[in-house]
Design a protein around this ligand. Sequence first.
Ligand code: ADP
Ligand code: GN1
Ligand code: MG
Length: 335
Amino acid sequence: MKNIIDRFNIVGNVLSCEPYGFGHINSTYKVKTDDPHKYILQKINSTIFSNIPALMSNIEAVTDHLKSKGFDSRHVLTIVRTLDDKAFLSHEDGTFWRMYEFVTDSICLNQSESPFDFYQSAKGFGTFQNLLADFDANVLVETIPLFHHTPNRYKNLHEAIAKDSFDRLKNVKNEVAFALEQEQYSGLMTDMLKNGELPLRVTHNDTKLNNVMLDAVSREALCVIDLDTVMPGLVANDFGDSIRFGATPAKEDEQDLSKVYLSLDLFDVYAKGFLETCGDNLTENEINTLPLGAKLMTLECGVRFLTDYLNGDVYFRTTMTHHNLYRARTQFKLV
Ligand code: ADP
Ligand code: GN1
Ligand code: MG
């Protein structure tokens, strides 16, 4: 790893480089040096992201926009450039790497420790939404086409069921039946978009609690991270993805489904923080579809986990057998 780190413009001598965080997509490492600076090093998932130069220029454009509004490196994700002044390293072995400043004195949570944490995460994502309201969507490349097109996610599920490449369909009869029963709702928001009833905005599209950093002391929202999927999208999907992950006391892969339920108190707390920060810019239809976004993002995520289970766990990182099935079950319970 040292030879990779040495190609970035960092301060100090490297002391350690350890796997870090709970992301499902990229391979993330925390790099410590003998200087107070710490860094995040990531091997970008080039199976999932087919155009990494475009992905990184999206991130540069978005973070430049936020910096132009006066925010510093604790409040905006900050790219550490390579020695030859590139935003990422395209390695001779075909891998792609990037480095960020580690957001100092921050914490990142998989579960809220109090409603205040969740409220703050809502303010973080709501503020992010607000700050991008004047960002030109035309400069963004769609890093994953049809990312939150729920009917297309169902199309992928149908294909996985038809193939049943890993002979796993027999394990998931109930989950498949539930997903198919819910399919009738999958197009509700994409139809509204098509009919001009909902506007397309620049959205984050991956608003899990562990994609926002909080201040380690005040626990106020500091910095939204994981900008790989910042693309044109629906505000209700950003709201909904946060709800599906955070408005429950259960982990995303909890196996005891009696612990999995939607907390309406946490839903309210999140809605308050989100609407306080970006509500004034939203249309009535956008506000009215926030609860629907919560249902559809949860359903879509369950469908994605189930599809990946049937496909042999090729998309989301898994650390145990049946991991994607456990994840699908929590999402369907929440739906
Ligand atoms: P993935 O796409 O795999 O989810 P992320 O970019 O979300 O990757 O990074 C994974 C984890 O690494 C985050 O959940 C967070 O804990 C940590 N992380 C990422 N970027 C930073 C950063 N700039 N400062 C501190 N921690 C970070
Ligand atoms: C992935 O990258 P990460 O772990 O923050 C996924 C999201 C899913 C989420 C489920 C690019 O998010 O869409 O909702 O897992 N990101 C991508 O936990 O597919
Ligand atoms: Mg992440």
